[in-house]
Write a protein that binds this ligand. Structure first.
Ligand code: WT7
Length: 637
């Protein structure tokens, strides 16, 4: 019996048991649902101590044949991508599987013509327009490794990523529509490329029709090239473990980590989880509101849905434009059946009141999903009551960029749901909780550091160019276990609730931000000596950033104007180095930062002060400079 589509709690339990008892047999039968040029020799080889992980070794395939070609027999005229533009008066585009095939092949041929070969890296810096999904697939068609950079990142963040994986070509656009604003993406690319001599070609999508400059011998409008290109392109035959893409995620220290995902395992797991977590049926219209610049968009707008022959909505705009009813207008207009968004969006929309959703027909909705951070009880109930009308199951899906697909979630209408609990592991996922001594906790009811004990097909295989960092970050905290960096609790029934990061990563509006890169950006200011960033609770963003900054030579800001000017300069620096998403909500100038005797900044204390939990700071007497703590509390913002 195939476990590919789980339809009942009993089937979930059977699948789960089988996946733990006989993981290789389990994943082999799931993999039978795909199209292979050659099947695997072995299902799994792994050694977490190296770490080395191989799935479906020996198999040959191309993921675009699975996401496109194999659907052409039955679904050629079915909508694959349903593009909803920023401006609601512009018509939505229904791109069928046949059209997707033709457009992907054309772009693949253009890439080949520009010298891109199997294994080359291609950077995609685009708004949420169809060309983004098409470029992703075109790279996969010819075996080029795509690295999508979210178009909210600054020129220097973009350059850092292009340089880290040595991209040869960039696809961008003349600009991006974002609500009432137009963003000039091309000049961001131009600035980034000043330091990236190996990028020989920039292909430019015409979207906003603004005047932009093209650099000779480097920049080309894409459309005329596509018009001349063939609509067929033989898929490159890939090994199961050939890299499919690199996606950067923040680390708690240092530069962003280029997570490498490989072909077969990623395909099998993203498709399997899409089918089951959303219970997608043939006629459904599915919509994930994420940007393809994040892993959620890779796995659950592009690859997972298309591998299942689904109709996947791609939205260019923002939830507030032209008004706060936009999401619900889209649900009504396209009769969306599954809707997947982030807690921060739910909170922002809830704040605008329930009148917005109440004026639209949301009766098409069957399943609601959330992802990116823990969802608070209030937001969960608002979502349930005003969007799901009390009848749609909500899947709270926990996972990470490094994971490739959803690891812990309920299955809608199938397994139990509890507000704020992600609940149960997907088949193949073996979570465990670790205590402070590094031992696995064996009682059911427990809380601790969340690890995964056994590989699943879509786990990232390495960090691009830095395997040691991969091992140190994920496999060194606990022997033979993947450490997630999250804390979790498990209730008496064995259901998991994710409690949040236990490291120096802060999730702001669902974006994963490392404190170190932000501190590095601030420290570049000539007047700044040192800084420390912590998170504090925020109604809409979940967490916001609080920065403690000391100035050189114990400079102090003398006037309010000067203070405000300096704060602005600091945030401008952060915007330029990382992007506006990393700006600080509060900046406190202080004479010193609390430090241990070995000189380590005590963020734990700073975190408590920022969250106004000053009555239980713990023992501060062992600090190098306990006196600064009082001063910081006094001047807290
Ligand atoms: C971190 C990963 C892949 C999803 C998009 C974010 C937090 C994610 C949940 C959830 C509680 C969640 C975790 C995780 N997170 N989903 N449903 N409940 N926390 O991917 O940027 O790699 O961030 O997001 O802290 O470690 P990411």
């Amino acid at each position: 019996m195939s476990h590919y589509h789980i339809k009942s709690e009993k089937q979930y339990q059977e699948a789960y048991l089988e996946s733990v008892k006989n993981p290789e047999e389990f994943w082999a039968q799931i993999a039978e649902n795909f199209q292979w040029t050659k099947k695997w020799d072995t299902v799994l080889n792994f050694d977490f101590s190296k770490p080395e992980i191989n799935w479906f070794q020996g198999a040959k395939l191309n993921i675009t044949e699975n996401c496109i070609d194999r659907h052409l027999f039955e679904r050629a005229n079915k909508t694959a991508l349903l593009f909803e533009p920023n401006d609601p008066s512009e018509e939505a585009a229904h791109i069928t599987y046949q059209q997707l095939h033709d457009r992907v092949c054309q772009l693949a041929n253009v890439l080949k013509d520009k010298g891109i070969k199997k294994g080359d890296r291609v950077c995609l810096y685009l708004p949420m327009v169809p060309e983004l999904a098409i470029s992703v697939l075109a790279c996969a068609r010819i075996g080029a490794i795509h690295t999508v950079v979210f178009a909210g990142f600054s020129a220097s963040a973009l350059a850092a990523r292009i340089l880290d994986c040595d991209c040869k070509l960039v696809v961008t656009s003349d600009g991006a529509f974002r609500g009432s604003k137009t963003i000039d993406l091309k000049s961001i690319v131009d600035n980034a490329l000043k330091n990236c001599p190996n990028v020989k070609t920039v292909l430019v999508v015409k979207r906003v029709h603004s005047e932009i400059s093209l650099t000779e011998n480097r920049d080309l409008w894409l459309q005329p090239l596509l018009d001349k290109a063939e609509k067929t392109c033989t898929p490159e035959v890939m090994d199961a473990e050939d890299p499919l893409f690199i996606l950067y995620t923040s680390g708690s220290t240092g530069k962003p980590k280029g997570m490498v995902h490989t072909t077969a395992g990623y395909m099998v797991y993203s498709a399997f989880t899409f089918k089951n977590v959303f219970q997608y049926e043939e006629e459904d219209v599915y919509w994930c509101t994420a940007d393809i610049g994040w892993i959620t968009g890779h796995s659950y707008i592009v690859y997972g849905p298309l591998a299942n022959g689904a109709t996947s909505v791609m939205f260019e705009g923002v939830p507030s434009y032209p008004d706060y009813g936009r999401f619900w207008d889209i649900v009504q207009k396209h009769k969306v059946n599954q809707f997947y968004t982030a807690p921060t969006a739910i909170r922002a929309l809830a704040k605008e009141g329930a009148t917005w959703p109440s004026t639209y027909d949301l009766s098409s909705l069957k399943v609601l999903g959330t992802v990116g951070e823990p969802i608070n009880d209030e937001a969960w109930h608002w979502y349930d009551e005003h969007i799901g009308k009390g009848t749609c199951p909500i899947v709270d899906t926990w996972w990470q960029t490094e994971n490739g697909g959803i690891l812990i979630t309920s299955l809608p209408g199938i397994t139990k749901q509890i507000p704020t609990f992600a609940t149960l592991p997907m088949p193949g996922i073996q979570p465990c909780l670790m205590d402070e001594n590094g031992e696995e906790i064996n009682t059911t009811e427990a809380s601790g550091g969340l690890c995964i004990k056994f590989p699943w097909p879509s786990i990232a295989r390495t960090i691009w160019g830095n395997h040691d960092r991969y091992r140190d970050t994920y496999f060194s905290a606990y022997k033979n276990k993947y450490f997630t960096g999250d804390g979790a609790l498990r209730n008496a029934e064995g259901l998991y609730r994710i409690t949040g990061r236990v490291d120096d990563v802060i999730i702001v509006s669902g974006h994963n931000l490392g404190t170190a890169p932000i501190e590095d950006a601030i420290d570049e200011h000539l007047k700044v000596s040192e800084s420390a960033i912590v998170g504090f609770p925020h109604d809409i963003k979940g967490n916001a950033l609080y920065g403690y900054v000391t100035l050189v030579n114990s400079l102090s800001t003398s006037s309010e104007t000067e203070t405000n000017q300096l704060k602005k300069e600091i945030n401008d620096l952060i915007s330029a180095k990382i992007g506006p998403i990393a700006k600080l909500d509060k900046i406190q100038f202080t004479e010193g930062l609390p430090k241990t005797r070995s000189g380590k900044i005590m963020r734990r204390i700073l975190r408590k002060i920022a969250s106004n939990e000053t009555n239980n700071l713990g023992d501060i007497s062992t600090l190098l400079n306990p006196e600064v703590v009082e001063k910081i509390i006094e001047e807290r913002l």
